[in-house]
Design a protein around this ligand. Sequence first.
Ligand SMILES: Cc1cc2nc3c(=O)[nH]c(=O)nc-3n(C[C@H](O)[C@H](O)[C@H](O)COP(=O)(O)OP(=O)(O)OC[C@H]3O[C@@H](n4cnc5c(N)ncnc54)[C@H](O)[C@@H]3O)c2cc1C
Length: 344
Amino acid sequence: MKNYIQLKSLNTFSIDVCAKHVVTVHNECALLKFWKKADNKGQPVLILGDGSNILFLENYIGTILLNRIKGIFITENKMTWRIHVGAGEKWHELVTYTINKNIPGLENLAYIPGYVGAAPIQNIGAYGVELSQICEYVDVIDLYNEKKIRFFHAECNFQYRDSIFRNCLKKYAIVSVGLKLNKKWKPVLDYHELIHLNKNRVTPRQVFNFINIIRRKKLPDPMSVGNAGSFFKNPVVDINIARCLFQIYPNMPYYSQKDGKIKLLAGWLIERCHLKGCVFGEAAIYSKQSLVLINRRKIATGTEIAALALFIYNQVADKFNVYLQPEVRLIGNYGEISPKKLFI
Ligand SMILES: Cc1cc2nc3c(=O)[nH]c(=O)nc-3n(C[C@H](O)[C@H](O)[C@H](O)COP(=O)(O)OP(=O)(O)OC[C@H]3O[C@@H](n4cnc5c(N)ncnc54)[C@H](O)[C@@H]3O)c2cc1C
């Protein structure tokens, strides 16, 4: 589109779409200024980090604000380190920075793409650790009344790949995040691939390095293959539904949740539908990890990826009567599209 800005390098799926305006903001005043400018013209605004958790389905009619508000401030007392981080710091660079400073606690979350500002939105998690376990607060700007608000941990309503922020991104811009790390470090090695590490001798850096090895084996690098990590969340179902499934599929893997519900593994369900490696035009299921959808040669459209996702959704629903929910956010002409519109 004439005078529109290309977004292919601004989303890890590498979808070739454009937006009317793209503005990089380095401080809160600029963020508010450009948000208001667009809002006054009636244009939609999307705040973006690395674009590693979104799927553009079409061109974006509005303004994209790239949040690059920087700053890492560390304080400590006898028991804890407190880290106040700007939303525009890269998450993995923050993890590396803390490991280099001998501050453990973030190592299991190493190598997750994206910026710090997006981390609380879906409560990023990997290898047995979630952001919620270390997040003390999230600072946002209420874009409509220009007030800064601090959400303390209990107010963030963190859940599995979810938080209070997930459904109010039109109203709030996340500008910084506060983390609290315990000086009494205990490695988290419950995840089956980490079980080989010796919990009495392992160092935070060894966990960090090991996570790198596992992730490289399992996940495609967005530099060469377009993707946004896991496309679907692991479904959490009622115990009665799980019991019925276990009778038919006694080997079905699961995790019991604190509230009595059961988390099933979406990747396993997809594989049992014989979909591993399935190709749909230029879109495909990654051969080493069925939860990851890929843009093979970076020429697929967003709708091709979405068509594959819908196919998977229907296959899993037909076979197991379980309805997958996307982890990735779908973006249309005017902003986010509810997954309910696609996955009926
Ligand atoms: C290879 C790969 C591996 C991954 N592995 C993991 C993993 O192990 N665990 C995991 O949890 N996730 C994983 N992800 C998903 C993704 O990296 C995370 O969700 C990440 O936090 C997204 O950050 P981002 O900056 O790219 O967000 P974006 O994709 O840019 O944005 C995501 C959403 O948040 C909104 N948003 C972003 N920043 C702000 C802000 N400052 N204020 C308000 N709204 C904002 C956007 O509008 C959008 O709706 C992976 C992705 C890839 C590509």
